[in-house]
Design a protein around this ligand. Structure first.
Ligand code: TPP
Length: 373
């Protein structure tokens, strides 16, 4: 008789893993307490957020894994393709493979059956572990992920846990009274400045900071205003700017400034919750709010009907502010105050006429990683 869960943890430790991004599956429920005990655990509310955080952690010098249900791979294919595959970033993913083995939930069957084909055609390597004898394959897959700089999926069949001696563990959740004090009588000022005006205005602050720029025009405007090795230019994975910034802030000590957008944040607002929970005090998120998908032709977002600063506060980020002028943004950045910080910057839906970034994804990544060493 073997404690299979402990053996899986031993394999992860032998590969130098330091951080585990987790979203549970019932079949692996006895693994999660051991994960919490043995690694820095970052619990997720959506797997894509974890893909971005993991990329940031890796580029900051950490060795993260994800431990999720296989359905979460379905949520993550674009992020894995446009971030990890494109920039050649490693990420071992231990996924509880639902569907093919003794499955009781009909909704698990289709994706579970299609998953190997999906991974094959996305060029994401995978192995299947069905019994304890397969654990050396798990170790090789984790090592190959880091050596070959690719995501690598380890499909853990529910069969592997059968007969394990791991202690069943259901944590007790105490539901005490919770009190919140969130001011909501806000005025969102009229926008008069463009995103580019704002970026130009904060160049003195951004110099030598670790900066993550949202996909599309924001990246190109940052490149035109201030290109530097400590800039990470996103080329895809919409929604993950703040996730990547969160991982970078947690993985190293320098201050990280994220130039995010309203469209991006509304695609992945739960990243604000993860930031609030993990509380990296060296992280500042600037939400450039033009109430539009500016990079794709100004299609309206519903940020015009809401207050993004309030959203950040509702998620639990306490240090927030609102600005509409470049000098206000600079002042907010320079003001002392512990992070994580969220600055709502109201801007016009206008793009500067700036050129494309003439660097490949891998060159952006290599230059960026070297600058953090
Ligand atoms: C998953 C996904 N959906 C749609 C797109 C197309 N897209 C690229 S940038 C963008 C707009 C982003 O808007 P926002 O974050 O507000 O930034 P802005 O361009 O306005 O500064 C969209 C919709 C994409 N790249 N990925």
């Amino acid at each position: 008789m073997t404690n299979v869960e402990q053996k899986v943890v031993d394999v992860m430790r032998s590969c130098g893993i330091d951080t585990a991004l987790t979203l549970p599956c019932d079949r692996m429920k006895n693994l999660f307490p051991l994960i919490s005990e043995n690694f820095n655990e970052i619990p997720l509310t959506r797997e894509e957020d974890g893909i971005g955080i993991a990329a940031g952690l890796y580029m900051a010098g950490k060795r993260p894994v994800m431990v999720i249900q296989s359905t979460g791979l379905g949520n993550s294919i674009n992020a894995l393709s446009s971030l990890h595959k494109t920039f050649e970033i490693p990420l071992p993913i231990l996924a509880s493979w639902r569907g093919p083995y003794k499955e009781g939930i009909e909704a698990q069957l289709h994706l579970g059956k299609c998953l190997p084909g999906i991974l094959d055609s996305a060029g994401i390597p995978y192995v299947v572990a069905e019994t304890v004898e397969d654990l050396p394959k798990v170790k090789s897959a984790i090592e190959a992920s880091f050596e070959k700089c690719t995501p690598y999926v380890i499909l853990l069949s529910p069969r592997i846990w059968e007969g394990s001696t791991a202690k069943p563990f259901i944590p007790e959740i105490s539901q005490e009274e919770r009190k919140f004090n969130i001011a909501c009588n806000t005025i969102i000022p009229k926008a008069t400045q463009s995103r580019f005006d704002m970026i130009i205005g904060i160049v003195p602050y951004l110099k030598d900071k670790v900066v993550v720029a949202n996909i599309g025009v924001p990246c190109k405007e940052l490149y035109a205003a201030l290109d530097q090795p400590t800039n990470f230019y996103m080329l895809g994975s919409l929604g993950l700017a703040s996730s990547i910034g969160n991982g970078l802030a947690q993985g190293q000590k320098r201050e990280v400034v994220v130039l995010d957008g309203d469209g991006s944040l509304l695609m992945n607002p739960n990243t604000l919750g993860t930031v609030a929970q993990e509380f990296p005090d060296n992280l500042t998120i600037i939400a450039f709010d033009n109430s539009a998908h500016g990079s794709t032709g100004n299609q309206k977002t519903f940020s015009s009907c809401m207050d993004l600063e309030l959203l950040a506060r509702v998620y639990g980020i306490k240090n927030t502010s609102k600005v509409s002028m470049p000098e206000e943004l600079l002042e907010a950045l320079e003001k002392d105050g512990r992070g994580p910080r969220f600055i709502h910057a109201v801007i016009l839906a206008v793009n500067a006429d700036v050129p494309n970034i003439p660097m490949s994804a891998v060159d952006i990544k290599k230059r960026f990683i070297s600058s953090l060493k």
